[in-house]
Design a protein around this ligand. Structure first.
Ligand SMILES: [Zn+2]
Ligand SMILES: [Zn+2]
Length: 398
């Protein structure tokens, strides 16, 4: 466990890294039009390609593109399979303007080693071990300049603007901003987890949820996001209630520090909210929806005590298409807050990496299966049935 004071000390110690990330100036080429650069020499790579939505992926040899002058080539050592990839595979999020040209290579949780840098890259070096935030950003727009690279106005989208991480190499733009160097003690499995789910839950819990020691926290949905949130909140000495409909995930949540769990099978959103209130003496201070279905969002809100805070992390599927009704009178009468949380801006990485390097947080503990590139389809199909526990990560690419 870690005290709030110790937690704050870590954050203060990371301040130098924050300032560096916020103030780094980027070469003019960052502003140049994006697009595929020609292939770099004869380097080829194996990649799992989606050629048709919802169909098995095809592992093929494709050329490795050249990095931009501000970019880098990363050799992928570990690459996670996230529910966002599953959403892409299902052709979700067209209502948010996501239209993936096929064939496409998905994958956005990458840990690897820098093997080539463009001539304008200043701080990232060949041989650096790195993680890549899924929100690859330009560093120049108003959001980036304000330190919110997770909301970049011109972000490069994996699988849409470039090939993703289910391949032996990925090409990154604005490498000095988007390649986050790993300290000693943070391995590739952790780096992959830090590409999306774990770092997303970190921001949702610490920065958007503003969880304090001793508070009650509910986590709805114990997939990768949810289990990460359980571990992070428990590490902050919060008292965590985990909710799911799968015994294996509830058991894993208890392993990660949940003090109590609720099996939501057959329960309405109202009943889940009532069960959480009974377990916590009146409701939680912070409630996190890690899945993004109408019922999880609603049961999360109905779990709150007065002045509680609902944090929406999960994005919706075909059934909701982004629209979920919420109990608005309850919002007024209880003055609860609803906040969204997306990714984790680059300036917040030093504090997170320090906690991982010290062993206070352990994203790799959530990796339950290491697989080969050929196995990705199997994982996606089991995700349709919610039949994966924790993180499944590709570590065999050859
Ligand atoms: Zn930007
Ligand atoms: Zn993701």
């Amino acid at each position: 466990m870690i005290s709030r004071r110790e937690f704050n000390t870590h954050i203060t110690a990371a301040a130098a890294g924050v300032a560096l990330a916020q103030n780094t100036a980027f070469p003019a080429e960052v502003a140049e039009a994006r697009g595929s650069a020609p292939a770099s020499g004869s380097r080829k790579m194996r990649a799992a390609q989606m050629t048709t939505f919802r169909s098995p992926l095809q592992v093929a040899e494709v050329p490795v593109m050249a990095p931009r002058s501000d970019g880098a080539v990363i050799q992928v050592e570990a690459s996670g399979i996230c529910r966002s990839d599953w959403h892409y595979w299902n052709q979700d999020w067209t209502w948010m303007g996501v239209n993936i040209p096929l064939p496409a290579v998905m994958g956005h949780e990458v840990g690897g080693v820098v093997v080539e840098v463009g001539r304008d890259v200043r701080t990232v070096k060949v041989g650096d071990r790195v993680t890549i935030p899924f929100h690859e950003s330009d560093g120049t727009c108003p959001q980036c300049r304000a330190g919110f690279q997770n909301l970049c106005d011109h972000g490069v989208k994996f699988a849409v603007d470039r090939t993703g991480g289910w391949a032996q190499y990925v090409i990154i733009t604005a490498a000095d901003l988007n390649c986050i160097r790993l300290p000693e003690g943070v391995d590739s499995l952790s780096a992959a987890a830090l590409g999306c789910r774990f770092m997303t839950s970190y921001r949702a819990t610490v920065h958007r949820g503003r969880v304090q020691p001793g508070q009650w926290v509910a986590v709805h949905g114990c997939g990768g996001i949810g289990l990460s949130a359980v571990q992070i909140a428990a590490t902050m000495d919060a008292r965590v209630v985990a909710i799911d409909i799968d015994d294996r995930k509830l058991a894993k949540a208890r392993d990660e520090g949940a003090v109590t769990t609720i099996d939501a099978r057959g329960l309405t959103a109202d009943q889940v909210g009532q069960a959480v209130k009974e377990a916590t003496g009146g409701g939680v201070h912070v409630s996190i929806d890690g899945l993004g279905r109408a019922f999880t969002a609603q049961q999360s809100i109905l779990s709150l005590r007065k002045r509680g805070r609902h944090v929406q992390v999960g994005l919706t599927s075909q059934e909701e298409r982004g629209m979920v009704s919420i109990p608005i009178d309850f919002l007024v009468n209880s003055e609860f807050e609803v906040v969204g949380s997306l990714g984790n801006p680059q300036p917040n990485y030093p504090e997170l990496l320090t906690l991982v390097a010290k062993g206070k947080l352990n994203p790799a503990r959530l990796v339950t299966r290491q697989i080969a590139l050929e196995d990705v389809t199997d994982t996606l199909q089991r995700m349709t049935r919610f039949d994966t526990v924790g993180f499944e990560v590709i570590t065999r690419f050859g």
